[in-house]
Design a protein around this ligand. Sequence first.
Ligand SMILES: [Zn+2]
Length: 301
Amino acid sequence: MIYKHRNKPQELTVFEILNKRIELSSKDKQYYFKLKKGYAGELLFDSLTEKLQCDCLILNDLLLEVNNTTFQIDTLLLIDGKIYIYEVKYFEGDYYYESNKFYKKPKHEVSNPFLQLDRSESLLSQLLRNHGFHHPIDASVVFNNPTFTLYQAPLNLRAILPTQIHNHMRALDETPSKINEKQKRIANLLVSLHITKSPYSKIPIYHYEQFRKGITCKICDSFSLSIEGRKCKCQKCGYQELVETAVLRAVKEFQTLFPDQKITTNVIFDWCKVVQSKERIRYILSKNFTLVGVHQWSYFK
Ligand SMILES: [Zn+2]
């Protein structure tokens, strides 16, 4: 049973908007693609854990803190008196392991996911002990990209390789398990301690002037939209959407980027660009938001 769902990281949502509306530096772009790929890998692993039939509690994407140190757990399962934690790595291609170091072939050192795993395991164990729980933890790194190969892996490496995932999930499913009160208390504790705002954000500083204005297509991200009556039509892929829905999508993007800015007709008119009439923008906003204040001081909430 899924006890805590995974949400798309706010950082990724912001990067998606930045990537289509401003020119990101190659470093930021690289970081964005890594973030996007990592999230895709996590969702792929979720699609397996959510199929588990055994009595278990699934907690996705936990960000916790103990003794002023934050740590992240991609997936945590409570099954049969044990806690399983997984660090999900969606690495593509050929990697090798040498003297406790992790490399991508031919020879590019990457941060060792097993050190990250050790750290998370030890911090989680500390946190649980601080709350009076002494629970065995089984920690693994899951490599779930089908193109991933690991050379020179020691026998005792706590890895689940692409060819082993299926058997691992089956073994979990075959574990006789019954969730008890203590496990529910642990799950509640972890959910209550989860930190929603990540301290790791690497979002670059941005300004309104930098952004390409306009509404983008919901399907292909193109800016080439034309308005025909009540509909907005994408010139590139042909997707059609109600103007109102498209404007509200754009408003949502604006709010994500500038959460402290007030929503006014003028601001959204400038942001959407493609809608020719301010009256129409005002009508859409007043239908979907509450108008606060009067005259030039008014805004939508
Ligand atoms: Zn399109």
